[in-house]
Design a protein around this ligand. Sequence first.
Ligand SMILES: C[S@@+](CC[C@H](N)C(=O)[O-])C[C@H]1O[C@@H](n2cnc3c(N)ncnc32)[C@H](O)[C@@H]1O
Length: 232
Amino acid sequence: MEKIKVKEIFNNVYSVDFGDGLKRIATKSLVPGKRVYGEKLVYSDSIEYRVWNPNKSKLGAAIINGLKKMPIKKGTKVLYLGASAGTTPSHVADIAENSLVYALEFAPRIMREFIDSCNERKNLIPVLGDANRPQDYSNIVEKVDVIFEDVAQPNQAEILVKNARWFLKENGYAMISIKARSVDVTKNPREIFAEQKKILIEGGFEIVDEINIEPFEKDHMMMVGIWNETKY
Ligand SMILES: C[S@@+](CC[C@H](N)C(=O)[O-])C[C@H]1O[C@@H](n2cnc3c(N)ncnc32)[C@H](O)[C@@H]1O
C-alpha cells in the first residue's frame, strides 16, 4: 500500500502527499470501494480517500489554484446546477456529509449516466430539469446553503441569480464556474468575466473570491458570492 500524508485543508477536503512534490487533493469517500470516474483510491489510517482530478473538475482546479473561500462543508445543503455524469457532484456530496446535494441536469442521456455512477451516494439527489426554469423543480428542491453552478451557457450569471431567488438562504453562498467561450467567443475573456460579475452583483451577490482555473481549463473563472438579496 502507498505511504501517503493526508492533511485537511478545508472542512472535509484534504491535501494528499505521495512524496513526489505534486499537489493533490482528495475527499473522504462516503461509498468506500466505489469509483465514479476512474479516480485513484488511497488509504490513510484505514480511511479511504478519492483523489480529486483537477483536469476533470473545475472545483478541484479552483482548490488546487488557491481558492480562499470554500463554503461547502460537512452538513451544507447544496443545489448543484449542471451535474453532468457526476464527477464533481460526487466530491461535493463527500464534502457535504450528513446533508443533501440536489444535482440538476437537463440532458436525459447524461442523467442516466449520472444515476448509474452515483446511485449508491445516498445524499446525492438527481433532479432532471432545466436550470432556466427553477419553478419546474421547486417541488423537489428545498432552501439551500450553497448553490454551485457549472452549466456553460451564455446566460450563466442570470441562471444563478434566478435560482438564488428561489432556493438560496439569506447570506447563503454561490460558486459559479464561468466559461468565457460559452458567453461570447469573439470577446476578450476578461471583459466577459467583468460583465458576468456585474450581473451577479446587480442580482444580489457580493463577490468574495475569484480564481482563474488555468491551466486546467482555458478561459474559465470560478467566482464565489454571498447572497444578500434584500440589500438590492
Ligand atoms: C461542463 S458540464 C458540467 C460538469 C460537472 N459540473 C462536473 O464538473 O462534473 C455542464 C453540464 O451542464 C448541463 N446543462 C447545461 N445547461 C443546463 C441547463 N440549462 N439546465 C441543466 N443542466 C444544464 C449540460 O448538459 C452538462 O452536462
